[in-house]
Design a protein around this ligand. Structure first.
Ligand SMILES: [Zn+2]
Length: 585
């Protein structure tokens, strides 16, 4: 099985030089393996001895890795330099030979991926977007041509070099690291070598985006991805070097209840994969359809959980149920609730305050730590803040991050709004290079030593919205849909809501905006309707045609909530688009 150093055939030594420290991957970069003091020994020793030698070499270097070469403790300039070095090497050594889509795209544009050695050359690579990925997702999987999976016409890739194939064979002969599968199998050497290769290259796990448009787009993971890449990223839960007064620290035995609905997307799987690779407990409810909300709340109270992992809109519903259950004596106060980790939807300040207030009513003892995450299926992982409002800490070692102007597509200055573009580094399976996420990071990105935790990370700051698709023309006005959602949701007295955009009659008739509200108990409807109408008009320039109030009985509320979550099961569908040609929004 792959060794412990995640794609770290080279480590940055913190002084601007690269040193070989983990020589398992030497076959990928033979000149590195044969460099320096290892040269004469490794050339004269037999292959078996070479493998053992590389292990002792690695052991000798452990001290360096753990002290001066902590990638996340490098000064920002050094880390940026080291990240770029890793990026260029990965593009040259893995993307150039094995990425069918980019080999073709770059061939058509006269770009040679083997020549990428500077930021300037890298910035000339074409941007790819979801349309490229959706059209042919399998061509984004790194695939050496001898893998046994033939490529369609127009696509090609290179075979693995002979010494890499030999390395797989050698590991198979020695059964190093030991593979327990062979306790009960007698495979031929060829089959064993092939299995060794599969651990690195064979996709074994798939996530699909639950996007609002078209078919789900799959991204694939290999065994190598989990053990050599994700294990490190998932372990990085940045804790402040100097603990922030009043805010609870994260402990490894902190029990987490994930109330994300079970589905093949990163929001659900990330906690599952993280707990297995990192060793920290969680329980997954798979959402209200599998374990009813009331049962989840009883479990949370009885099971000694401290953390909730949730989509904000579902969390609000969950906490309100907990308050009702507490009032009716069905459950005690949720005194252990200390942390809430939110994903899949943006979190405004009023929403944050609402969650704090609801948690307090449910019995949580302040302070409650609310952490935001950012991630998407295509990234293959998700990222978190180190503390409240610190900005989401993106991983600088296994990704290269760019923030580009939405129109010119040129880099923006630190802290200026731009569209997030990323490149995978060190991954196998699906690999994206200069992937245009379409997410406009309005608070910009800063790549420095975080003033809160003291570690070096690129950090992105909300609000985050879609660069293009989140706008819609309503009655001629260009309306920012997240703003419309925020405006209605943050109006005092609104408990749940759904806005429907429709035509008055046929598809040529005028637009109609209908706002359905399930109000808080004891709220007067007329003043609330007036306030809503004024707020929506002020925010969007559009006056709603109708504001309808739903019955606020318990059964009507349950029906309304299930309608809200019916489409994706993950996010509340606060806007329903019924006009032809606008399905994307
Ligand atoms: Zn930090």
């Amino acid at each position: 099985m792959p060794g412990p150093g995640p794609d770290s055939y080279e480590k940055f030594d913190g002084k601007g030089r690269n040193k070989p420290v983990w020589t398992r991957d030497r076959s990928i970069l033979p000149h590195r393996y044969h460099s320096g003091s290892t040269k004469s020994k490794s050339e004269t020793l037999g292959a078996h001895h070479a493998a053992v030698y590389s292990l002792s070499d690695w052991v000798q270097n452990i001290g360096q890795v753990s002290s001066s070469m902590n990638f996340y403790d490098l000064d920002p300039g050094r880390q940026q330099e080291a990240a770029r070095e890793r990026l260029f090497k990965y593009v040259r050594n893995y993307v150039a030979p094995y990425h069918p889509f980019l080999r073709r795209r770059c061939r058509e544009q006269g770009i040679d991926l083997r020549n990428i050695r500077s930021a300037e050359e890298f910035s000339r690579l074409p941007l790819i977007d979801k349309n490229d990925l959706a059209r042919n997702p399998l061509m984004f999987i790194l695939r050496p041509s001898l893998s046994g999976a033939p490529l369609p016409d127009g696509y090609d890739s290179k075979p693995l070099p002979k010494h890499v194939v030999l390395r797989h064979a050698l590991k198979a002969v020695l059964n190093l690291p030991r593979d327990p599968a062979y306790l009960v199998r007698r495979d031929s050497l060829k089959e064993r070598a092939r299995r060794n290769g599969m651990l690195e290259w064979l996709p074994i796990h798939t996530h699909a985006s639950s996007g609002s448009s078209g078919d789900p787009v799959p991204v694939m993971f290999t065994y190598y991805d989990f053990h050599r890449v994700i294990r490190e990223i998932a372990s990085l839960i940045p804790e402040t070097k100097l603990p922030t007064p009043g805010l609870p620290r994260f402990h490894w035995d902190d029990r987490k209840l994930s109330i994300f609905p079970g589905a093949p997307h990163v929001a659900f799987y990330a906690p599952v994969i993280a707990k297995i690779l990192v060793g920290t407990p969680s329980f997954e409810t798979f959402g209200g359809a599998v374990i009813p909300t009331e049962r989840q709340i009883t479990m949370f109270a009885a099971g000694g959980f401290q953390t909730l992992l949730a989509v904000p809109s579902y969390l609000v519903y969950w906490l309100r149920r907990a308050i009702e259950m507490r009032r009716s004596g069905k459950v005690g106060p949720l005194t252990n609730l200390r942390r809430v980790v939110l994903g899949a939807e943006p979190v405004s300040e009023p929403l944050r305050n609402c969650i704090v207030q609801l948690a307090a009513e449910a019995g949580a003892e302040p302070p409650l730590k609310i952490l935001q995450t950012a991630g998407m299926t295509e990234m293959k992982w998700t990222f978190i803040e180190c503390t409240e409002r610190s900005g989401v800490h993106l991983n600088p070692k296994f990704y290269y991050w760019e923030l580009l102007h939405p129109d010119t597509r040129q880099p923006v200055n630190p802290g200026e709004p731009g569209v997030l573009v990323f490149t995978h580094i060190g991954w196998r399976g699906t690999v994206l290079v200069r992937y245009w996420t379409g997410d406009l990071i309005q608070g910009g990105m800063i790549w420095d030593r975080c003033p809160h935790c003291g570690w070096t990370f690129p950090r992105i700051f909300p609000p985050i919205c879609r660069a293009e698709a989140d706008f819609s023309k309503i009655k001629g006005a260009r309306v920012e849909l997240p703003l419309l959602i925020e405006t209605v949701r943050d109006t005092p007295g609104v408990r749940y809501f759904q806005v429907t955009l429709d035509h008055e009659s046929d598809s040529f008739s005028r637009d109609v905006m209908i706002v359905r509200i399930l109000p808080e108990a004891n709220v007067e409807r007329e003043p609330l309707a007036r306030l809503l109408s004024e707020r929506i008009k002020a925010a969007t320039e559009v006056t709603p045609d109708q504001i309808l109030f739903e019955d606020s009985s318990e059964s009507a509320e349950a029906a309304f909530v299930s309608r809200l979550f019916a489409r994706t099961g993950v996010k509340a569908q606060n806007i329903v688009e019924r006009r032809g040609g606008y399905q994307r929004t």
